[in-house]
Design a protein around this ligand. Structure first.
Ligand code: AMP
Length: 446
C-alpha cells in the first residue's frame, strides 16, 4: 500500500517524500481514507505508531480543499488539543512538515510560555491551532482565540488529557466549537470516560485501532536488572559507562529525583540533562534540543515530561524506577525501537517494586528477562511469586477527575495492593521467559 493509493493530494505526497515516508503505517492505512471521507474517528493508537500523520494528513487535505474566508484575519479552522506542551510543539512541527507545499498556517499555544506572542500569532491569523486545554481556555476568556470557524477538531492523547484532569476544560472548549464539524479522537486506551466523551461529542464515529501487536514494537527487548534500591544509582552508572556512546533516556519517578540523578551522573563524569514539569518551557525545550541533536547523550525525565518525546533511533530506555502506573511502562519504552529500529528497555527493579513489575508483566502478557548484574546481586531478591495484583491503569483510579487541571506531576497514582509484600531474602535470582517479539500487547478495552 502506498500513500498515493490512500487518495492524498500531490502537495502532501511531495512533503511525505521529503520526509522519507514511503509506506503508510497501519493506523495511517486505516484512518486516512475514513477521515478524508469526512467521518468522525475514534483512533486507538499511541505515540510511535504514526498517529500524527494519520490525523494530520486528512486534516490538511480537507482544509486545503475547503474555502478560506476572502478577507480578514483567519480564525482557526482546525483545532488540535493535546495534553502537554512538548506534544504541542511536536505535533505542530509534524503538521508544518506535512503542509510545507500548502499555504496553511500552524500556531501553537500552551502554558508556561508568555501570552503576548501567542496573542499576536492568533491575531495575525491561523488555520491550524495546536493547543493545550488550559491555555486555550485562557485565550478564549480573553477573546484572543475564536473557535467558531473550527471545521475539524482533533483530541490527541485524549486518555492522557483526562488523566491530567482536563475534562472540564475539554468540555468548555467542545461547547465553543461548532457542532457541524469533524471530530477525530486518538487515545491509547478506551476507558469508559473516553467512550462517554465520544458518545456525547462525536457523530457516528468509525473506530480504527492499530493491531495489538503494534502497540508495543516487536523490535524492543525488555530486561529487568534486580537490584537493591540503595544501589540503583551505582548500577546505572555501571551500565552507562559500559554503554558509552549510546544515547539513553532514563525515567525517574519524581522531578526532584530526576534532578538529583542528573547531578549525580554529572559528578560521575556522565553529563546528563533533566526535563520535568517544574522547568520552564524554554529550559525543557533546550534540554530536548540538546538531546535530539545528540549534544546531550543522557536525558533524565519524568513520565509526563517525556510524553510525545520523539527521538528517532533512540537505542536505549532505562527505567531507574518503575512507573507507578503499569501503562506508563508502555509509553516509556515506546520511545525506543521505532521505525523498525532495534531498541532496548532496561528496568532497575528493587524488591519493593515486585508488585509493580508483576502488574507490568500482566499488562504485557509476557515475562521479561531477569538478569542480575555481577556485583549488584540484591540483598533483598525480587520475588515474582504471590498473588497477581490488579493492574493499576491510572486513569480510572484518579479521584476527583473532574476537578481543575492538575499539574501533570501531581497526578495521583493508586499504590499497588501488595507493594513490598513479596520481598523475601535468600531467593535465587529468577530468569523468566524472554519477551517474545510481538507477544507484548496491551489489553483490548476498546
Ligand atoms: P507519531 O506516532 O505520530 O509520533 O510518529 C512516530 C514517528 O514515526 C515520527 O518520527 C514520524 O515522523 C514517523 N512516521 C510517521 N509515519 C511514518 C511513515 N509512514 N513512514 C516513516 N516514518 C513515519
Amino acid at each position: 500500500m502506498t500513500f498515493e493509493s490512500l487518495g492524498l493530494s500531490p502537495a502532501l505526497l511531495r512533503a511525505l517524500a521529503d520526509n522519507s515516508y514511503t509506506t503508510p503505517t497501519p493506523i495511517q492505512l486505516q484512518a486516512i481514507p475514513l477521515a478524508l471521507a469526512g467521518h468522525d474517528l475514534l483512533g486507538g493508537a499511541q505515540t510511535g505508531t504514526g498517529k500524527t500523520a494519520a490525523f494530520g494528513l486528512p486534516l490538511l487535505q480537507r482544509l486545503a480543499n475547503s474555502d478560506k474566508p476572502a478577507t480578514g484575519p483567519r480564525k482557526p479552522r482546525a483545532l488540535i488539543l493535546v495534553p502537554t506542551r512538548e506534544l504541542a510543539v511536536q505535533v505542530a512541527d509534524s503538521i508544518r512538515s506535512y503542509s510545507k507545499y500548502l499555504r496553511l498556517n500552524v500556531t501553537t499555544i500552551f502554558g508556561g510560555a508568555g501570552m503576548g506572542p501567542q496573542v499576536d500569532n492568533l491575531r495575525r491569523g491561523v488555520d491550524i491551532l495546536v493547543a493545550t486545554p488550559g491555555r486555550l481556555i485562557d485565550h478564549m476568556e480573553r477573546g484572543s482565540a475564536k473557535l467558531d470557524a473550527v471545521e475539524i477538531l482533533v483530541l490527541d492523547e485524549a486518555d492522557r488529557m483526562l488523566d491530567m484532569g482536563f475534562l472540564p476544560a475539554m468540555k468548555r472548549i467542545l461547547a465553543r466549537v461548532p457542532a457541524q464539524r469533524q471530530t477525530l479522537l486518538f487515545s491509547a486506551t478506551f476507558e469508559s470516560q473516553i467512550k462517554q466523551l465520544a458518545m456525547e461529542f462525536m457523530r457516528n464515529p468509525q473506530q480504527v485501532q492499530v493491531s495489538e501487536q503494534n502497540a508495543i514494537a516487536s523490535t524492543i527487548t525488555h530486561r529487568v536488572h534486580p537490584v537493591d534500591g540503595s544501589r540503583k544509582r551505582d548500577l546505572l552508572i555501571d551500565i552507562l559507562t559500559k554503554r558509552h556512546g549510546d544515547q539513553v533516556l532514563i525515567f525517574g519517578k519524581t522531578k526532584h529525583g530526576c534532578n538529583r540523578l542528573a547531578e549525580q551522573l554529572e559528578t560521575a563524569g556522565l553529563p546528563a540533562v533533566a526535563i520535568h514539569g517544574n522547568k520552564s518551557q524554554a529550559q525543557r525545550q533546550k534540554a530536548l534540543n540538546q538531546f535530539k541533536s545528540g549534544k546531550a547523550r543522557i536525558l533524565v525525565a519524568t513520565d509526563v515530561a517525556a510524553r510525545g518525546l520523539d527521538i528517532p533511533n533512540l537505542p536505549l530506555v532505562i527505567n531507574h524506577d518503575l512507573p507507578m502506573v503499569a501503562e506508563d511502562y508502555i509509553h516509556r519504552i515506546g520511545r525506543t525501537g521505532r521505525n523498525g529500529m532495534q531498541g532496548e528497555a532496561l528496568s532497575l527493579v528493587s524488591s519493593e517494586e515486585a508488585g509493580l513489575l508483576r502488574q507490568i508483566q500482566r499488562l504485557l502478557k509476557t515475562d521479561v528477562v531477569m538478569d542480575v548484574v555481577e556485583g549488584f546481586s540484591p540483598k533483598n531478591p525480587l520475588r515474582m511469586d504471590g498473588p497477581m495484583p490488579p493492574i493499576n491503569r491510572g486513569g480510572h483510579q484518579r479521584p476527583g477527575g473532574n476537578s481543575a487541571p492538575r499539574k501533570p506531576s501531581h497526578r495521583p497514582h493508586g499504590k499497588p495492593a501488595d507493594r513490598s509484600a513479596h520481598a523475601h531474602a535468600g531467593q535465587k535470582p529468577y530468569r523468566g521467559a524472554a519477551a517474545k517479539p510481538g507477544a507484548a500487547r496491551r489489553d483490548s478495552r476498546a
